[in-house]
Design a protein. Structure first.
Length: 543
């Protein structure tokens, strides 16, 4: 009998995120495009993915690489045409692959027609955004801090300022205005009617600002208490579910900033009627203090504890270890120099064994690493430039600035996909928009296609294993006690019980439990010492 969980097809799906600018360039201009994605659909089908999540392909001036949208119903010429997009939806569908679009509705581009009309004082569109006069003493309307460093107010040129929680080219929409809600509903229907499978909703829990009063001064994001996961945002999400999403066979996943499990459940609990799942970020803090730019030595325990908490306290998780905003997971949680293959495979097995829908980021399946940038001149990311300027203003030593930049820049995950060992990694025939990592000569798809023991081969096998395991798709979760750095947990249904072992360290570890038949692992059986896990070893045992 089909269970309640199984009725939601997206719960058993494997999602593959594509950053279009960096995936595959079909015309040699150095920028990835939609025809390039179409050309790689057979590769994605063989990998075993069910859904492609596309980072934004909409028309945009690229102030923030597409997360500043100037026309929600148009494709950026760099990526192709709407006909190309229709072909991608159609061809992917023929292969059983669905398309998840990125949705950015907290803000638009300052080039959007709505905002241009607002600047011209059009009485209708002026209220689509948040404009305020400065204070009587000549200071800004409030003291809020931006997600991209600095303040959140930009001069509109007429004596007023407009609000932008992110870059100045990303003015926030005014969700107090019912016209904004109706506009967004029309945009959602436009894409859902084309046959897409849903939306990844960018910074979705900051939509509704309760007030514009000054915030309590803090290290980062002063003012967040006035807009973070407000009742108004919950109301908007419930209305979007009722008025739009419930009418289609689709799902939504939220990028929700600064949430714990309790807050996350209010956004995606089955009794809430809002989102279907959210991306948590607590496990991304295993190597940082407070904000991602303040680094601390990585401790596997912090990662394990965060993953375990979200597994226990959430109904359903969106599981991931890297994306377009985070450094590469094998550089962060693995060992590129000593155990590149082993640690990349272990992270794959871990991500695909946790309870929830797994998300894989382009290049993760071949163990792509952080970029090999030399400094700020090779970095494109607007956030990185803003933070670097802030560090200069705060007189951080140059060595500290450079170290933090190279460790943390979002461009680490945005380097071109490494298809071959040829010049430009087979990504493009022209010079790419962002520097290709020199290690593409040995970390690339073509090389790994020929190696049955490669990271890519392991991903294909692990995805296939997961698809054939009800325990991994639907089973309950329970963590077992273990030694430091070793994550041991059970996934179980009535007919299948699996125990997963993941050694997150470069050391041999004695496992407290070692029962059952090994069904899957990243080390060969021969030479195994009973009860011991090798560095970065991953195993699935059947009890």
């Amino acid at each position: 009998m089909e269970t309640k969980l199984q009725k939601n097809w997206w719960r058993s799906a494997v999602v593959y995120q594509i950053y279009p600018r960096s995936f595959c360039d079909s015309n040699g201009d150095g920028i990835g495009d939609i025809p390039g994605i179409v050309s790689k659909l057979p590769y994605l089908k063989e990998l075993g993915v069910d859904v492609i999540w596309l980072s934004p392909v909409y028309a945009s001036p690229n102030c923030d690489n597409g997360y500043d949208i100037s026309d929600y119903r148009a494709i950026h010429p760099d990526f192709g045409t709407m006909e190309d997009m229709d072909q991608l939806i159609r061809e992917a569908g023929r292969m059983g692959i669905r398309i998840l679009m990125d949705l950015v509705i907290n803000h638009t581009s300052d080039r959007h027609e709505w905002f241009q009309k607002a600047l011209a004082n059009d009485p209708v569109y002026r209220d689509y955004y948040i404009f305020r006069e400065g204070k009587a003493d000549g200071s800004l309307p409030n003291n809020w801090g931006s997600f991209f460093a600095g303040d959140v107010w930009e001069s509109a040129g007429d004596g007023t300022y407009y609000l932008h929680l992110f870059a100045p080219g990303q003015p926030d929409l005014n969700w107090h205005n019912p016209r904004v809600y109706e506009e967004v509903c029309d945009i959602l229907r436009f894409w859902l009617d084309k046959g897409i499978a849903g939306f990844r909703c960018d910074v979705i829990n900051v939509l509704y600002k309760n007030t514009l009063e000054d915030g309590k001064k803090q290290l980062a994001l002063t003012g967040k208490e006035h807009y973070l996961s407000t009742d108004g945002t919950h109301d908007i999400l419930q209305r979007l579910r009722r008025d739009v999403f419930s009418k289609y066979d689709c799902f939504t996943v939220g990028e929700t900033v600064l949430v714990d499990t309790k807050t996350a459940m209010k956004l995606c609990g089955s009794n809430r009627g809002e989102l279907d799942m959210v991306f948590g970020f607590e496990h991304m803090e295993a190597d940082q203090i407070g904000v991602k730019w303040f680094k601390t030595p990585y401790h596997p325990k912090r990662l394990i504890d965060a993953l375990d908490r979200w597994q226990r306290e959430m109904e359903w998780n969106a599981n991931y270890l890297e994306n377009h905003d985070q450094p590469r997971s094998v550089s962060r949680f693995g060992d590129v120099c000593g155990y590149h293959k082993e640690s990349a495979k272990m992270l794959c097995g871990l991500n695909l064994s946790l309870r929830g829908t797994p998300y894989i980021y382009e290049g993760e399946e071949i163990g792509m690493t952080n970029g090999d940038f030399s400094g700020l001149s090779e970095i494109q990311d607007v956030e990185s430039h803003n933070v670097y300027k802030m560090m200069c203003d705060l007189h951080f030593p140059a060595s500290v600035r450079d170290k933090l930049l190279l460790q943390t820049t979002r461009d680490n995950a945005r380097t071109p996909m490494q298809w071959t060992d040829e010049k430009y990694a087979g990504f493009s025939e022209g010079e790419p928009w962002l520097k290709v990592n020199a290690n593409h000569t040995w970390i690339n798809v073509e090389t790994q296609e020929r190696d049955p023991d490669s990271i890519l081969a392991f991903y294909r096998k692990m995805i296939a294993f997961r698809k054939n395991s009800d325990a991994l798709k639907w089973g309950d979760y329970r963590k077992f006690p273990s030694v430091s750095g070793v994550y041991v947990f059970r996934r179980r249904t009535r007919l299948e019980c699996l125990v997963i072992y993941a050694n997150l360290t470069p050391h041999r570890k004695k496992a407290p439990i070692f029962l059952g038949t090994c069904l899957f692992g990243n080390y060969p059986e021969e030479g195994r010492e009973e009860g011991w896990l090798r560095p970065y070893e991953f195993r699935i045992l059947q009890k």
